[in-house]
Ligand binder design. Structure first.
Ligand code: MG
Length: 158
């Protein structure tokens, strides 16, 4: 059996007006993430981790922000398309572990729904999806609520 690890990281700016799309679900909140696609920072980090582990480039290469077709694109569909490519190379996901860095909102009340969405999307058990929220302790762009960042590591096997 072969194993590969992958690492993903992403940042998006917060702008006034909800809801907040995060991890493929819409959270009732007073701000949203700005970007060319739906700006789902968590799904972008996961997509990059999975593509990186398989040596298949990155999300920007697969879905260029210069392509009008990607405007407002649903990041769940982007992650699924990336994972289909990964599976074509005979890789399957063992587990994901993710961190969302956000001062607000609290992740905990939404964690189970996000994990379930990811489990359904990627056809893996929720036990295989780690998800943690961290604040910026009121410091920097995260702590001042200007941005949200996400990190993900994943393990693939074939
Ligand atoms: Mg992004």
């Amino acid at each position: 059996m072969e194993l590969r690890v992958g690492l993903g990281h992403d940042t998006h700016r917060l702008e006034p007006g909800g809801p907040l799309r995060l991890g493929g679900i819409d959270i009732d909140f007073d701000a949203h993430l700005a970007g060319h696609s739906d700006a789902d920072v968590l799904l972008h980090a996961i997509t990059d981790a999975v593509l990186g582990a398989a040596g298949l480039g990155d999300i920007g290469e697969m879905f260029p922000d210069t392509d009008p077709a990607n405007r407002g694109r649903d990041s769940s569909q982007m992650l699924l398309a990336a994972y289909v490519q990964v599976q074509r190379h005979r890789w399957s996901l063992v587990n994901l572990d993710c961190v969302v860095l956000a001062e607000r909102p609290k992740l905990l009340p939404h964690r189970q729904r996000i994990r379930q969405h990811l489990a359904d999307l990627l056809s893996i058990h929720t036990e295989c999806i780690g998800l943690k929220g961290k604040t910026g302790e009121s410091t920097g762009d995260i702590g001042q609520g200007r941005i949200i960042q996400a990190q993900c590591v994943c393990l693939l096997q074939r």
